[in-house]
Design a protein around this ligand. Structure first.
Ligand SMILES: NC(=O)C1=CN([C@@H]2O[C@H](COP(=O)(O)OP(=O)(O)OC[C@H]3O[C@@H](n4cnc5c(N)ncnc54)[C@H](OP(=O)(O)O)[C@@H]3O)[C@@H](O)[C@H]2O)C=CC1
Ligand SMILES: CC(=O)[C@H](N)C(=O)O
Length: 236
């Protein structure tokens, strides 16, 4: 990716307050300035301090990406070279037990926010003729499981959205990548879940780094990362 003239490239990461988004922020901080987006401002400020210690200038935007108006107002027109659409929620339970609020929250954050956030910053990338949109999908984007009617549906959407967008904007110099992790040790899972065998968030962050640091003529469009031995605790 070609950086902005006279400055470090700017990466905007949604869901940067915790989990995978936090790890992506730390992974990109040595070479990027950062715009960190999530609802919890105090957690964002703590992540920002860690990233500043690694050399990044950081802007925190406390915003709920479920709110289309606020998202558009806060993000439209920002100079962004790398967008990481990472914010996501999972309510894994049988369809007949899922409330309408749980259904809509997953669709709003995992699907509709992709429109509002990407729509806000993609025109600048296209106008400048360079940029990268990276989306955190999931193996649930091509698998199904009991309790996954909504979550797997949203992640299947991600796959179709990402490939179509890639075909639309690659000739304008903008890459689109989707990273599809298996299970990752974060608070996405309910308390009490055994997470000792899962990938660590920094493993996904390294996959993001690999995708956005590819040579200029090469696009890493899909990248799946999984735990090697899900029946055993990971080596520390
Ligand atoms: N953990 C896993 O096994 C896997 C996760 N993924 C995907 O990775 C992404 C990150 O998940 P993970 O880090 O595990 O989950 P976490 O629950 O640890 O973090 C979710 C992040 O999303 C943010 N977020 C949630 N809702 C909103 C909202 N309405 N507005 C703004 N930000 C929001 C949270 O910030 P805050 O609460 O401060 O707003 C938080 O930073 C998701 O898209 C998930 O589907 C994919 C495959 C595997
Ligand atoms: C939560 C996820 O997206 C993960 N791929 C899983 O299916 O455990």
């Amino acid at each position: 990716m070609t950086p902005s003239a006279n400055s470090r490239p700017v990466a905007l990461i949604t869901g940067a307050s915790r989990g995978i988004g936090h790890a992506i922020a730390l992974r990109l901080a040595p070479k990027h300035d950062l715009i960190l987006v999530a609802r919890d401002e105090s957690l964002l400020m703590a992540v920002a301090a860690e990233c500043e210690a690694l050399g990044a200038s950081v802007q925190c935007i406390a915003a709920d990406v479920q709110n289309a108006l606020v998202t558009a107002q806060r993000l439209t027109g920002l100079h962004v070279d790398v967008l990481v659409n990472n914010a996501g929620v999972a309510v894994m339970k049988p369809f007949l037990e899922m409330t309408a609020e749980e259904w809509h929250r997953q669709v709003d954050v995992n699907v509709n926010a992709l429109y509002h956030v990407t729509r806000a910053v993609l025109p600048g990338m296209v106008a400048r003729g360079h940029g990268h949109v990276c989306i955190i999908g999931s193996t649930a984007g091509r698998n199904t499981f009991v309790g996954g009617t909504c979550y797997t549906g949203t992640k299947h959407f991600v796959m179709g959205f990402a490939e179509s967008l890639m075909l639309e904007v690659r000739d304008a110099g903008v890459g689109v990548s989707v990273i599809t992790p298996g299970s990752v040790d974060t608070d996405l899972f309910p308390a009490g879940t055994n997470r000792t065998w899962m990938l660590e968030p920094q493993n996904v962050a390294d996959a993001v780094g690999f995708a956005i640091e590819a040579p200029p003529h090469m696009l890493v469009h899909r990248l799946e990362v999984r735990p090697l031995s899900p029946k055993r605790p990971r080596a520390s």
